[in-house]
Ligand binder design. Structure first.
Ligand code: SF4
Length: 372
């Protein structure tokens, strides 16, 4: 009689506690978990037999019940400006994208947390696809693993090719709370990717209860995708605003900042769309609404994608908006467009989501924020 082999445990999908429990279940000491984490996340190893500081016997026992399975790379593109984009297969039919942006002395990796997105911001290609599913821990941290290994193997334990990670790829990270938090814990774990908490950023459209929940488990950098200075306009651009309007959102960010030990300034992301939210009256409103929160502002000129009716503002309009905010005392930067020849710029990520499961959720009542 044929027996169906039991599925092996994917070690890259276990957080530290789960890996310790797993080691204990094998009759091993919990510190083995740290050794395994180092091999996987610090050295980039995917073969258990390469873990040479584990005994041969343990490696053999491990290999019978466990494996290291990273998501498959379906395609990789490199932009003229050096930006790299990977199309990554997750599950049976979904594809997500991640982007690595090299810049002077740093490299920023933009990681996806969901296949598609239910928030449906009107300026975002991901939102136009609808939502398919949340990524698991192995699919999120697997993106960092793939990008880190792209610099060559064997990885040196202290190599820091990726200096910054932003949870700003496809999806709203706070609607996939636990796997995202666990992945960020590995990113900042000295035995894994060793990034400082200041260099791992979660960018949210403003899921207020989850911001409060986040403050109880971490103090990583938080950026807010605001994109509009008043509720009427933000309801249109970022529909989750109908559920969590600007004042509620800013109050929750203040609570988050207060819960952190340091005195920090929150980054506000603001996509500038020609004729929609880029007038001086919007800059004035923005400067007033942000008076209550120590903030710096990152302006992102809109990046076009197929099917969008919005336009990128002229350089002059962008400068005028920036100058107004600077004159009001805000540190205001303009994000340079990177990788738009390979559709890797902000708001352009599409991947591909499973038609059968995706859901278009456009209105306030349709935004079933299941995780809330
Ligand atoms: S901008 Fe972010 S939250 Fe909004 S639809 Fe796109 S991926 Fe989702």
């Amino acid at each position: 009689m044929n027996t169906v082999p039991e599925e092996k445990i994917n070690l890259i999908g276990l957080n530290k506690q789960a890996l310790e429990d797993f080691c204990i279940s094998l009759g091993e000491k919990p510190f083995r978990a740290t050794q395994i984490i180092k091999w996987i996340h610090q050295r980039g190893v995917s073969d258990i037999f390469q873990m040479t500081d584990l005994s041969k016997d343990l490696r053999e026992r491990l290999a019978k019940v466990a494996e290291i399975k990273v998501p498959e790379v379906a395609e990789e593109k490199i932009s003229e400006d050096g930006t790299r984009k990977w199309l990554i297969r997750v599950g049976e039919k979904d594809l997500v994208e991640m982007v690595l942006i090299p810049e002077n002395n740093r490299s920023t990796l933009c990681v996806s947390s969901q296949a598609g997105c239910a928030v449906d911001c009107s300026f975002c290609a991901t939102g136009k696809q609808g939502f398919s599913r949340n990524l698991s821990l192995d699919e999120i941290i697997g993106q960092v693993w793939i990008a880190a290994n792209s610099f060559g193997l064997p990885r040196e334990p202290n190599s820091r090719h990726i200096t910054n990670v932003v949870m700003m790829g496809m999806g709203e990270p706070l609607l996939n709370f636990e796997p995202v938090v666990e992945a960020m814990n590995l990113m900042t774990d000295d035995n894994a990717y060793g990034l400082s908490k200041r260099k791992v950023t979660l960018s949210t459209s403003g899921i207020v209860p989850k911001i409060d929940e986040l403050s109880k488990v971490t103090d990583i950098a938080l950026t807010i995708s605001l994109h509009a200075p008043n509720d009427e306009l933000r309801d249109e651009l970022v529909p989750i605003n109908k559920k969590y309007p600007i004042q509620e959102l800013l109050d929750s960010v203040k609570r988050y900042v207060d819960s952190c030990d340091d005195k920090r300034v929150t980054t506000i992301e603001y996509i500038l769309i020609d004729g929609i939210n880029d007038d001086l009256k919007h800059a004035k409103e923005l400067s007033e609404v942000l008076e209550q929160l120590p903030s710096k502002i990152n302006l992102i000129p809109f990046n076009a994608f197929e099917g969008s009716n919005y336009l990128k503002p002229s350089g002059n309009r962008v400068k005028r908006f920036q100058r107004y905010l600077q004159d009001k005392g805000y540190v205001t930067t303009v994000r340079s467009t990177r990788g738009d020849d390979i559709m890797a710029a902000c708001g352009q990520l599409v991947g591909q989501v499973n038609d059968k499961t995706r859901r278009k959720e456009r209105s306030r009542n349709q935004i079933k924020t299941k995780a809330i």
